[in-house]
Design a protein around this ligand. Structure first.
Ligand SMILES: CC(C)(COP(=O)(O)OP(=O)(O)OC[C@H]1O[C@@H](n2cnc3c(N)ncnc32)[C@H](O)[C@@H]1OP(=O)(O)O)[C@@H](O)C(=O)NCCC(=O)NCCS
Length: 164
């Protein structure tokens, strides 16, 4: 597996992830297709500004055109302190094979090597079994549950954090 920066060619992968009601069930529901190019531009700009890492998951480096999903780490102030929030998405045909867990581990390793990240937070929905499993098995500490506002809605989430 390798991770690469998001780029302008990722519009189809973005559409397949962001417009799918099942994929977006814990993320505020599907986006309208017309908002996808703007989201992609926003993410490319975010990386260019150094405000975060938006990485595309390529499961087999011998097939660089096949993208399985994304892992993201974005700078945020969380509970009044600077930190990073990590998130992940894996397309249905790649799910259930450990792709998300491996990609999250790789991104945490990159962030650790980068040296500019310290505490990384994750806020998976309380009912998101795989995402909470990823946090637990990669050494995140469970800090509690909270209501997390996201895209105009409020979600009941777990709060996990890891020190890099
Ligand atoms: C969440 C998501 C990224 C998981 O991707 P994935 O590649 O299928 O996940 P993995 O195969 O790496 O599995 C992760 C872990 O969850 C476990 N798991 C899988 N399904 C599970 C379930 N229903 N309940 C509990 N654990 C589960 C796996 O066994 C694995 O743990 P292990 O390695 O210790 O055995 C994917 O389902 C997705 O994109 N969903 C939609 C978007 C989303 O919800 N993103 C997260 C928002 S917080």
């Amino acid at each position: 597996m390798l991770l690469r920066d998001v780029d302008a060619g990722d519009v189809d992968a973005y559409r397949r992830m962001r417009c799918d009601p099942v994929m977006m069930a814990d993320l505020g529901g599907p986006m309208p297709p017309e908002s996808v190019p703007g989201q992609l531009r926003h993410d490319i700009d975010l990386v260019a500004r150094g405000a975060g890492l938006i990485r595309m998951i390529v499961p087999d480096p011998a097939e660089p055109a096949t993208v399985a999903g994304t892992v993201t780490l974005v700078r945020h102030e969380i509970d009044g302190e600077p930190g990073g929030e990590i998130g992940w998405m894996v397309l249905p045909e790649h799910q259930g094979r450990g792709v998300a867990k491996r990609a999250v581990r790789l991104l945490l390793d990159e962030a650790r090597d980068d040296g500019r990240w310290s505490r990384v937070h994750a806020f998976p929905g309380v009912g998101n079994g795989p995402s909470n499993g990823i946090c637990r098995s990669l050494g995140f500490v469970l800090l509690g549950e909270r209501e997390t506002p996201f895209r105009g809605e409020v979600f009941r989430t777990r709060h996990w954090a890891i020190e890099l």
